[in-house]
Design a protein. Structure first.
Length: 352
């Protein structure tokens, strides 16, 4: 709220907008959203009202996740994993992070895609990106889905829409555009070792090294390639090479491929979006406790699609919950975090 008060005082230079947690590192959608909350909660002093608002955000997110699960006919037992997460309850009702809002809009975007509301889905992904940059983890999936279902021309329209949303959010800061971009979309930001949930089994020197950062980027790209060429391309039934070659064909700009998706395609849309996000989480430079809400909603369904026995699905989910509730994180809990993510993605890849 300190950052919001500085913004409300008329400051538009992102370098000068700071708070108790340091300088602002989010796109301006965060400021607009928390300005609204600032006014609703008497400058952040009415904590109880803020918690009620975030309770509504939690319930709204749960509603859209339920709608997604219902549409793709997720097994009934997966719903129990959704509602019994202690860490999610803490993030939404006690911590009041902007991650909660970004993921609400992201999952509305997922639901919109499943319902063939393509423009609406992209609109919500664009809004979510304007609140927090982690939404970019969905973008490899968005590219694969829109290109295979709508074609190149329509895919480009959708990305123009996302760019337009970011431009509109940016306008009040146009006098300090360099400062805004360097803070709001800082890909080189360093993370503190003491707060990492996923890499505590490494030494601080390794964690902070550029070599480790580049290794994670390489692994990220490699896993995206593997999933794109084996699972994500099932929507069109074409190989990744064929899809890539079609990009070079200018005629694809004029092909209209819009059609109503089947149940199987709806299921693939969800799997592609969920796994794209999960791959990004696995290869993240650092995960903090609030980042759990980025992907925890997707784990029950992804586990169900691995087709392992429900007992083992619950066991893996429980391990994940345990690791994310260890505070402060330890080498042991971090190993569990990483191994669960690897196991879920590997099992999905070989069994889905």
């Amino acid at each position: 709220m300190t950052q919001v008060s500085i913004y409300l005082s008329g400051e538009r230079n992102y370098l000068n907008i700071k708070g108790d947690t340091g300088p602002i590192v989010y796109p301006s959608g965060f400021l607009y959203l928390y300005t609204f909350l600032y006014k609703l909660t008497d400058g952040g002093r009415d904590i109880a009202r803020a918690q009620y608002i975030f309770m509504l955000v939690y319930l709204s997110t749960l509603f859209f996740i339920f709608k997604i699960y219902q549409t793709i006919r997720a097994p009934l037992y997966t719903y129990f994993m959704l509602i019994f997460s202690k860490r999610l309850h803490s993030i939404y009702l006690l911590r009041l992070f902007n991650d909660c809002w970004a993921m609400l809009f992201s999952y509305i975007g997922v639901y919109s895609y499943v319902q063939n509301s393509w423009i609406l889905g992209t609109l919500f992904f664009g809004i979510a990106l304007g609140i927090k940059m982690n939404v970019l983890l969905f973008f490899p999936a968005i590219i694969m889905i829109l290109f295979q279902i709508l074609g190149l021309r329509h895919m480009l329209y959708h990305f123009f829409l996302i760019f337009g949303i970011q431009t509109l959010l940016f306008i009040p800061f146009i006098s300090y555009k360099k400062e805004y971009i360097s803070r709001a979309f800082d890909f080189s930001r360093a993370f503190l070792y003491e707060w990492t949930v996923n890499w505590k089994f490494l030494s601080e020197d390794v964690f902070s090294s550029r070599e480790f950062s580049f290794l994670l980027l390489f692994i990220h790209v490699l896993i995206l390639f593997i999933f794109s060429s084996t699972l994500w391309n099932r929507i069109s039934g074409r190989s990744l090479k064929e899809l890539a070659l079609s990009l070079l064909n200018t005629k694809t700009l004029f092909i209209n491929k819009v059609y109503k998706t089947s149940f199987q395609t709806q299921r693939l849309i969800v799997i592609i979006l969920f796994t794209s996000n999960l791959i990004g989480v696995l290869c993240a430079r650092s995960l903090h406790y609030q980042f759990y809400c980025w992907f925890a909603w997707s784990i029950p369904y992804i586990l169900s699609q691995t087709r392992i026995h429900p007992f083992f699905q619950f066991f893996i989910w429980a391990l994940q919950e345990y690791a994310w509730n260890v505070y402060p994180s330890t080498a042991y809990s971090s190993i569990i975090v990483i191994m669960v993510l690897i196991s879920v993605l590997f099992l999905l890849l070989i069994r889905c």
